[in-house]
Ligand binder design. Sequence first.
Ligand code: SF4
Length: 367
Amino acid sequence: MTETNELPVTVVQDRTLRVKIIDACGLACTFCHNEGTPVTTDNLGREAARFTGTPGRSGRVSIYLATNGARFLPERIKADTDFALALAAVRGSLPTSEVHFTGGEPTLHPELPELVRIARRVGMTVGLTSNGENGAAVLPDCAAAGLDRINLSVFGTTPEELAAVQAPRLASPTLATRKLDALAATIDTASRHGVKVSANIVIPDHDHVARVLRVIEEHGRAVTVRMLVNLEDDGTSLAAMREVVGRLGAVPVRRVVTAGASDQRIRYRLPDGRTLYAKSIRPVRLPDACAGCRFDEEGNCQEGYYGVRMYRARNGPFMVGVCIQRMDLCLSLGEFVMSRRCAEVRDFRVEETARLTALYAPASLAR
Ligand code: SF4
């Protein structure tokens, strides 16, 4: 069997901007990082110093909020000239070819097709991450507007599995059944309208192996399944991932490394020819922004440097951040494009691309 460290490697430079377009969500997952921001509806009227990430009336959480220094509430981004100009400003200062919409739940945004259209006009490929609860209603218009792909976060195949990771307010099997039906309808709608679909599944440990195998069995024909290592992994998540691979008889064929961000994945071929990805985090740090970070020193940097994120502050400017555990590093868009941090991100991408290409090219060429 091929060892994964012997695989041919493709190095792809990070050129993605993640944009949080909405804070609302119809689920209340107990592990949600909410892109680093407070849950708006539960924190309205509070001073920044009193923002809380623990469940309010909505039941939703923002798991890093107690320590990440977030000082603004996220606002729904309007499909207007300001948004087009914001995308163009990022693009003008940082090579960016792809925008990835996040939330909250992006498919609840009433102007989602128009946001897609704007990003396409600015010259970007558009993807989004979704829990699948509203895709059937909005994906036909999004596809017509140029949406390229949807990454679905899949938490279970049974109502009990989904309900088990919801806040008490939403932990009803009836509601979970409705959400799972909606997820299936989203997959079907996306496939019929030519939008690529992938399903992201986190595997915390061995106990979740059977669940992941069921997801692959149930959805694997219509979607590309991507297994994700738990961000707090101490080795058990990776071991569980290996178990899934072994039980499926999947053969590793290539490693894909994103240069300038922490994402990497291994592509596997299943015995029936389908593709499966195992996604994990490389220990990537920005040279200056991450220097002296207490989370890193405590061994608690969970995502590594994952890329650039944009938000709209409530009653304020667009904001740009580089870490959901360090929202204190966010700058207004105007500050960011003129800043050393923007140059740092740009230079880091170029340097990592050169370094990793030199590191892996000989091995790849030898095969
Ligand atoms: S990515 Fe950088 S800033 Fe964020 S937690 Fe890790 S070391 Fe700290």
